[in-house]
Design a protein around this ligand. Structure first.
Ligand SMILES: NC(=O)c1ccc[n+]([C@@H]2O[C@H](COP(=O)([O-])OP(=O)(O)OC[C@H]3O[C@@H](n4cnc5c(N)ncnc54)[C@H](OP(=O)(O)O)[C@@H]3O)[C@@H](O)[C@H]2O)c1
Length: 252
């Protein structure tokens, strides 16, 4: 029974949809993000569905504050499910100075910093579920998003690395690789977005996979199949296809 849930990046997009989908009587949510107003709106929507919800305005790059808040919540409501979802997307070639560090600190180190405090607690309890939101860009790196793709590949590798050892100790890890999902992040992607799905659908797929303790979830199916085939092509051909899907990332 999943009663206590932590969601990072709950103030927007997939994270807010996860909160709305998971909210029901008997469930306690800790919603983490940076924008207080949007976090509170997500919490209010969850309360309206009968859940208990608290918010924490924390930048994932502040590992000490994040660590303390997660342990404080876990003391009161031992965490059954952690969805490490928060992330940023920045593009460009070359990338502006400092951008790659920012993206990797947020998307990779920030995600690991979210998992680390709770992992020993879950192991000690012999119970728990962790879902790490990576990206299809981890499987087929995107030419438009170099450091983002590298960070997401790191998240996927980290999740795959911890998965087998944790499973043996009662804790499941689901590595999630979404394709395009309609959110404020994907609105910054100006170019083709094949098989884009809604944030609600993404949230339902993620929650179901975590509940069933699936080791991996890649969606939507047709886009994953395309990526799978593309990865079997020689680089000269796969790079040619990549250029067909070129996009610009950022404000219009
Ligand atoms: N949308 C897609 O097409 C797509 C595809 C593949 C993977 N993903 C992944 O799915 C996840 C959610 O993305 P989304 O599309 O829902 O994007 P989004 O609408 O932009 O939401 C991103 C969330 O991450 C939070 N966040 C960003 N940096 C943070 C930081 N330093 N500390 C704390 N929270 C931070 C944001 O908080 P604030 O708004 O409060 O700052 C926001 O709640 C990301 O990891 C993304 O890479 C998305």
């Amino acid at each position: 029974m999943i009663r206590s849930i932590v969601i990072t990046g709950a103030s927007s997009g997939i994270g807010a949809a996860l909160s709305a989908e998971a909210a029901r009587p008997g469930v306690t949510l800790l919603l983490i993000g940076r924008n207080e107003e949007r976090l509170e709106a997500a919490a209010e929507a969850a309360r309206a569905k009968g859940a208990a919800a608290e918010t924490a305005k924390i930048d994932l790059r502040d590992a000490a504050t994040l660590h303390a808040r997660l342990l404080d919540f876990d003391d009161r409501a031992p965490v059954d499910l952690l969805v490490a979802n928060a992330g940023v997307a920045r593009g460009g070639l070359p990338e502006p100075e400092g951008q790659a560090r920012f993206v990797i600190e947020t998307n990779l180190l920030g995600m690991i910093a979210t998992v680390e405090p709770l992992m020993p607690r879950m192991i000690a309890r012999g119970a728990g579920r962790i879902a790490l939101v990576s990206s299809i860009a981890a499987i087929r790196p995107s030419a438009d998003l170099p450091s983002y793709s590298a960070a997401k590949a790191g998240v996927r590798a980290y999740g795959q690395a911890i998965r087998s050892g944790l499973r043996a100790r009662g804790v499941s890890v689901t590595v999630v690789c979404p394709g395009f999902v309609t959110t404020p992040m994907s609105a910054q992607h100006h170019g083709p977005k094949p098989f884009e799905v809604s944030a609600g659908r993404a949230a339902r797929l993620i929650l179901r996979a975590a509940e069933k303790r699936r080791g991996a979830l890649t969606f939507p199916f047709l886009f994953s199949a395309m990526i799978f085939m593309g990865n079997r092509l020689p680089p000269v051909l796969s790079d040619w296809f990549e250029r067909r899907y070129a996009a610009r990332i950022g404000e219009e």
